[in-house]
Ligand binder design. Structure first.
Ligand code: NAD
Length: 252
Protein backbone atom coordinates (compact mmCIF):
# COMPACT_ATOMS: atom_id res chain seq x y z
CA UNK A 1 0.00 0.00 0.00
CA UNK A 2 2.78 2.49 0.88
CA UNK A 3 4.36 1.95 -2.55
CA UNK A 4 1.00 2.67 -4.25
CA UNK A 5 0.51 5.79 -2.14
CA UNK A 6 3.98 6.95 -3.10
CA UNK A 7 3.19 6.46 -6.82
CA UNK A 8 -0.13 8.30 -6.44
CA UNK A 9 1.66 11.21 -4.72
CA UNK A 10 4.17 11.39 -7.60
CA UNK A 11 1.30 11.65 -10.10
CA UNK A 12 -0.29 14.48 -8.09
CA UNK A 13 3.01 16.33 -7.79
CA UNK A 14 3.60 16.12 -11.55
CA UNK A 15 0.04 17.05 -12.63
CA UNK A 16 -0.83 20.61 -13.67
CA UNK A 17 -4.58 20.02 -13.36
CA UNK A 18 -5.82 17.62 -10.70
CA UNK A 19 -9.48 16.94 -9.98
CA UNK A 20 -11.34 14.81 -7.46
CA UNK A 21 -14.67 13.16 -8.24
CA UNK A 22 -16.37 12.19 -4.99
CA UNK A 23 -19.45 10.17 -4.11
CA UNK A 24 -21.45 9.12 -1.09
CA UNK A 25 -18.63 6.81 0.15
CA UNK A 26 -16.44 9.76 1.16
CA UNK A 27 -19.09 10.83 3.70
CA UNK A 28 -19.77 7.38 5.19
CA UNK A 29 -17.11 7.94 7.89
CA UNK A 30 -19.00 11.15 8.78
CA UNK A 31 -22.06 9.04 9.56
CA UNK A 32 -24.01 9.56 6.32
CA UNK A 33 -24.81 6.17 4.79
CA UNK A 34 -24.21 5.60 1.06
CA UNK A 35 -26.82 4.04 -1.21
CA UNK A 36 -25.11 0.66 -1.27
CA UNK A 37 -25.01 0.14 2.53
CA UNK A 38 -27.73 -2.16 3.70
CA UNK A 39 -28.29 -0.23 6.93
CA UNK A 40 -29.30 3.25 8.04
CA UNK A 41 -31.48 5.65 6.18
CA UNK A 42 -31.69 3.69 2.92
CA UNK A 43 -33.03 0.55 4.56
CA UNK A 44 -36.02 2.67 5.52
CA UNK A 45 -36.31 4.58 2.24
CA UNK A 46 -35.60 2.82 -1.03
CA UNK A 47 -33.95 5.49 -3.25
CA UNK A 48 -35.76 4.03 -6.27
CA UNK A 49 -39.03 4.78 -4.52
CA UNK A 50 -38.16 8.12 -2.91
CA UNK A 51 -35.38 9.81 -4.89
CA UNK A 52 -36.96 10.03 -8.33
CA UNK A 53 -38.63 13.11 -9.77
CA UNK A 54 -41.67 10.96 -10.60
CA UNK A 55 -41.99 10.03 -6.92
CA UNK A 56 -41.84 13.70 -5.94
CA UNK A 57 -44.44 14.70 -8.53
CA UNK A 58 -46.76 11.90 -7.44
CA UNK A 59 -46.48 12.37 -3.66
CA UNK A 60 -44.25 15.24 -2.52
CA UNK A 61 -45.39 14.91 1.09
CA UNK A 62 -44.16 11.32 1.27
CA UNK A 63 -40.80 12.28 -0.26
CA UNK A 64 -40.43 15.09 2.30
CA UNK A 65 -40.48 12.52 5.12
CA UNK A 66 -37.29 11.04 3.63
CA UNK A 67 -35.81 14.51 3.01
CA UNK A 68 -36.43 15.50 6.62
CA UNK A 69 -34.72 12.36 7.96
CA UNK A 70 -31.83 12.90 5.53
CA UNK A 71 -31.52 16.54 6.64
CA UNK A 72 -31.28 15.40 10.27
CA UNK A 73 -28.45 12.97 9.48
CA UNK A 74 -26.60 15.58 7.39
CA UNK A 75 -27.06 18.38 9.94
CA UNK A 76 -25.18 16.45 12.63
CA UNK A 77 -22.40 15.24 10.29
CA UNK A 78 -18.92 16.73 10.46
CA UNK A 79 -16.23 16.59 7.76
CA UNK A 80 -13.91 13.59 8.18
CA UNK A 81 -10.21 13.12 7.45
CA UNK A 82 -10.89 12.65 3.74
CA UNK A 83 -12.77 15.96 3.35
CA UNK A 84 -10.17 17.78 5.45
CA UNK A 85 -7.27 16.18 3.54
CA UNK A 86 -8.70 17.29 0.19
CA UNK A 87 -9.13 20.81 1.60
CA UNK A 88 -5.46 20.76 2.57
CA UNK A 89 -4.37 19.52 -0.87
CA UNK A 90 -6.29 22.40 -2.45
CA UNK A 91 -4.65 24.93 -0.12
CA UNK A 92 -1.22 23.59 -1.05
CA UNK A 93 -2.07 24.02 -4.73
CA UNK A 94 -2.11 20.31 -5.59
CA UNK A 95 -5.87 19.85 -6.05
CA UNK A 96 -7.69 22.26 -8.32
CA UNK A 97 -11.37 21.25 -8.29
CA UNK A 98 -13.64 18.78 -6.57
CA UNK A 99 -16.66 17.56 -8.51
CA UNK A 100 -18.96 16.07 -5.92
CA UNK A 101 -22.12 14.04 -6.34
CA UNK A 102 -22.90 14.70 -2.68
CA UNK A 103 -25.30 17.27 -1.33
CA UNK A 104 -23.99 17.32 2.24
CA UNK A 105 -21.74 20.44 2.07
CA UNK A 106 -18.95 18.54 3.87
CA UNK A 107 -16.24 19.44 1.34
CA UNK A 108 -16.85 23.14 1.94
CA UNK A 109 -16.94 22.57 5.71
CA UNK A 110 -13.68 20.63 5.36
CA UNK A 111 -11.93 23.65 3.85
CA UNK A 112 -12.37 23.17 0.08
CA UNK A 113 -13.28 26.25 -1.96
CA UNK A 114 -13.42 24.98 -5.56
CA UNK A 115 -16.34 22.61 -5.29
CA UNK A 116 -18.65 21.82 -8.18
CA UNK A 117 -21.93 20.42 -6.85
CA UNK A 118 -22.90 18.11 -9.68
CA UNK A 119 -26.18 17.10 -8.05
CA UNK A 120 -27.06 20.56 -6.73
CA UNK A 121 -27.52 21.48 -3.07
CA UNK A 122 -30.29 21.96 -0.59
CA UNK A 123 -29.73 25.62 0.27
CA UNK A 124 -32.58 26.63 -2.05
CA UNK A 125 -36.05 25.25 -2.77
CA UNK A 126 -37.96 25.54 -6.04
CA UNK A 127 -41.57 25.13 -7.08
CA UNK A 128 -41.61 22.64 -9.95
CA UNK A 129 -45.08 23.87 -10.88
CA UNK A 130 -44.71 27.69 -11.01
CA UNK A 131 -40.90 28.04 -10.99
CA UNK A 132 -40.59 30.34 -7.93
CA UNK A 133 -37.45 29.85 -5.85
CA UNK A 134 -36.87 30.37 -2.09
CA UNK A 135 -33.94 30.16 0.34
CA UNK A 136 -34.35 27.01 2.47
CA UNK A 137 -33.73 29.19 5.53
CA UNK A 138 -36.89 31.23 4.78
CA UNK A 139 -39.00 28.08 4.98
CA UNK A 140 -37.23 26.56 7.99
CA UNK A 141 -40.41 26.42 10.10
CA UNK A 142 -42.74 24.99 7.47
CA UNK A 143 -43.20 21.27 6.93
CA UNK A 144 -43.49 20.46 4.14
CA UNK A 145 -42.42 23.86 2.79
CA UNK A 146 -44.95 25.39 0.42
CA UNK A 147 -44.82 27.91 -2.41
CA UNK A 148 -47.08 30.97 -2.49
CA UNK A 149 -49.01 29.04 -5.18
CA UNK A 150 -49.73 26.44 -2.40
CA UNK A 151 -47.76 23.60 -4.02
CA UNK A 152 -45.05 21.76 -2.10
CA UNK A 153 -41.50 22.98 -2.82
CA UNK A 154 -38.63 20.75 -3.90
CA UNK A 155 -35.01 21.21 -2.74
CA UNK A 156 -32.65 22.09 -5.58
CA UNK A 157 -30.90 18.73 -5.44
CA UNK A 158 -30.96 16.54 -8.52
CA UNK A 159 -33.43 13.68 -8.21
CA UNK A 160 -33.08 10.59 -10.42
CA UNK A 161 -34.68 11.49 -13.76
CA UNK A 162 -33.78 15.20 -13.54
CA UNK A 163 -31.13 16.96 -15.63
CA UNK A 164 -27.78 18.03 -14.14
CA UNK A 165 -27.53 21.83 -13.61
CA UNK A 166 -26.09 23.11 -16.92
CA UNK A 167 -23.20 25.05 -15.42
CA UNK A 168 -21.97 22.08 -13.32
CA UNK A 169 -22.34 19.73 -16.29
CA UNK A 170 -20.42 21.96 -18.71
CA UNK A 171 -17.70 22.96 -16.25
CA UNK A 172 -17.11 19.34 -15.21
CA UNK A 173 -16.89 18.21 -18.82
CA UNK A 174 -14.45 20.99 -19.65
CA UNK A 175 -12.25 20.25 -16.61
CA UNK A 176 -12.30 16.48 -17.15
CA UNK A 177 -11.26 17.05 -20.76
CA UNK A 178 -8.07 18.80 -19.70
CA UNK A 179 -7.22 17.10 -16.38
CA UNK A 180 -3.89 15.36 -15.94
CA UNK A 181 -4.89 13.49 -12.79
CA UNK A 182 -8.24 12.46 -11.33
CA UNK A 183 -8.89 11.12 -7.86
CA UNK A 184 -12.10 9.06 -7.82
CA UNK A 185 -13.18 8.68 -4.20
CA UNK A 186 -16.08 6.75 -2.67
CA UNK A 187 -18.26 6.36 -5.72
CA UNK A 188 -19.63 3.19 -7.27
CA UNK A 189 -19.61 5.11 -10.59
CA UNK A 190 -22.94 3.69 -11.64
CA UNK A 191 -24.94 6.93 -11.53
CA UNK A 192 -25.01 8.60 -14.94
CA UNK A 193 -23.83 11.06 -16.23
CA UNK A 194 -21.36 11.66 -13.33
CA UNK A 195 -19.84 8.29 -14.13
CA UNK A 196 -18.70 9.55 -17.56
CA UNK A 197 -16.21 11.95 -15.92
CA UNK A 198 -13.47 9.32 -15.31
CA UNK A 199 -13.74 8.11 -18.92
CA UNK A 200 -13.54 11.64 -20.31
CA UNK A 201 -10.46 12.31 -18.16
CA UNK A 202 -8.86 9.04 -19.23
CA UNK A 203 -9.38 9.92 -22.90
CA UNK A 204 -7.30 13.02 -22.18
CA UNK A 205 -4.62 10.68 -20.77
CA UNK A 206 -5.27 11.70 -17.19
CA UNK A 207 -3.99 9.27 -14.57
CA UNK A 208 -6.85 7.80 -12.56
CA UNK A 209 -6.31 7.21 -8.84
CA UNK A 210 -9.27 5.37 -7.31
CA UNK A 211 -9.93 5.22 -3.56
CA UNK A 212 -12.69 2.85 -2.50
CA UNK A 213 -13.40 0.15 0.05
CA UNK A 214 -14.40 -2.16 -2.78
CA UNK A 215 -13.48 -2.66 -6.40
CA UNK A 216 -15.78 -1.01 -8.95
CA UNK A 217 -16.19 -1.43 -12.70
CA UNK A 218 -13.55 1.31 -13.10
CA UNK A 219 -10.92 -0.63 -11.13
CA UNK A 220 -10.09 -3.12 -13.87
CA UNK A 221 -10.86 -0.86 -16.81
CA UNK A 222 -9.43 2.64 -16.48
CA UNK A 223 -7.99 2.98 -12.97
CA UNK A 224 -4.20 3.37 -12.89
CA UNK A 225 -3.76 3.16 -9.14
CA UNK A 226 -6.32 1.52 -6.86
CA UNK A 227 -6.03 2.39 -3.18
CA UNK A 228 -8.38 0.02 -1.40
CA UNK A 229 -9.77 1.00 2.01
CA UNK A 230 -11.58 3.71 3.93
CA UNK A 231 -11.27 7.16 2.37
CA UNK A 232 -10.28 8.93 5.63
CA UNK A 233 -7.08 6.99 6.37
CA UNK A 234 -6.04 6.75 2.72
CA UNK A 235 -6.50 10.44 1.88
CA UNK A 236 -4.64 11.33 5.08
CA UNK A 237 -1.66 9.12 4.11
CA UNK A 238 -1.72 10.46 0.57
CA UNK A 239 -1.61 14.08 1.75
CA UNK A 240 1.29 13.23 4.11
CA UNK A 241 3.16 11.62 1.22
CA UNK A 242 2.55 14.59 -1.10
CA UNK A 243 3.97 16.87 1.62
CA UNK A 244 6.96 14.57 2.14
CA UNK A 245 7.82 14.33 -1.56
CA UNK A 246 6.80 17.87 -2.52
CA UNK A 247 8.31 19.63 0.46
CA UNK A 248 5.98 22.64 0.29
CA UNK A 249 3.44 24.45 -1.80
CA UNK A 250 2.97 23.80 -5.49
CA UNK A 251 4.29 26.58 -7.69
CA UNK A 252 2.13 27.02 -10.75
P1 NAD B 1 -22.94 4.78 -3.95
O1 NAD B 1 -23.72 4.62 -2.72
O2 NAD B 1 -23.44 4.21 -5.22
O3 NAD B 1 -21.48 4.14 -3.76
C1 NAD B 1 -20.67 4.45 -2.66
C2 NAD B 1 -19.29 3.89 -2.92
O4 NAD B 1 -18.46 4.27 -1.83
C3 NAD B 1 -19.26 2.35 -3.00
O5 NAD B 1 -18.46 1.99 -4.12
C4 NAD B 1 -18.59 1.93 -1.68
O6 NAD B 1 -17.78 0.79 -1.83
C5 NAD B 1 -17.73 3.15 -1.37
N1 NAD B 1 -17.47 3.35 0.06
C6 NAD B 1 -18.30 3.15 1.11
N2 NAD B 1 -17.71 3.52 2.26
C7 NAD B 1 -16.48 3.97 1.93
C8 NAD B 1 -15.40 4.50 2.68
N3 NAD B 1 -15.46 4.65 4.01
N4 NAD B 1 -14.27 4.87 2.01
C9 NAD B 1 -14.19 4.72 0.66
N5 NAD B 1 -15.18 4.23 -0.09
C10 NAD B 1 -16.32 3.87 0.52
O7 NAD B 1 -22.64 6.34 -4.08
P2 NAD B 1 -22.50 7.25 -5.36
O8 NAD B 1 -21.63 6.58 -6.37
O9 NAD B 1 -22.10 8.58 -4.86
O10 NAD B 1 -23.96 7.31 -6.00
C11 NAD B 1 -25.14 7.51 -5.20
C12 NAD B 1 -25.92 8.80 -5.44
O11 NAD B 1 -26.62 9.19 -4.25
C13 NAD B 1 -25.04 9.97 -5.73
O12 NAD B 1 -25.75 10.90 -6.45
C14 NAD B 1 -24.77 10.49 -4.32
O13 NAD B 1 -24.27 11.75 -4.23
C15 NAD B 1 -26.15 10.38 -3.67
N6 NAD B 1 -26.00 10.27 -2.20
C16 NAD B 1 -25.39 11.32 -1.55
C17 NAD B 1 -25.14 11.24 -0.20
C18 NAD B 1 -24.44 12.43 0.45
O14 NAD B 1 -24.66 13.59 0.04
N7 NAD B 1 -23.56 12.20 1.42
C19 NAD B 1 -25.49 10.09 0.51
C20 NAD B 1 -26.13 9.02 -0.19
C21 NAD B 1 -26.36 9.13 -1.56
Amino acid sequence: MQELISQAAEIILRSKLTLALTGAGISVESGIPDFRSADGLWSKYDPAEYATIEAFQADPEKVWQMLRDMEEVVASAKPNKAHIGLGELEKMGYLHYIITQNIDNLHQEGGSKNVIEYHGNSSTLSCIWCGKRYKTEEKRDEFPPKCECKKILKPDVVFFGEPIPAEALNRSFQLASSAEALLVIGTSAVVSPANTIPTIAKQNHAKIIEINKERTHLTDSITDIFLQGGAGAIVESLVEEVKRQGGGNHLM
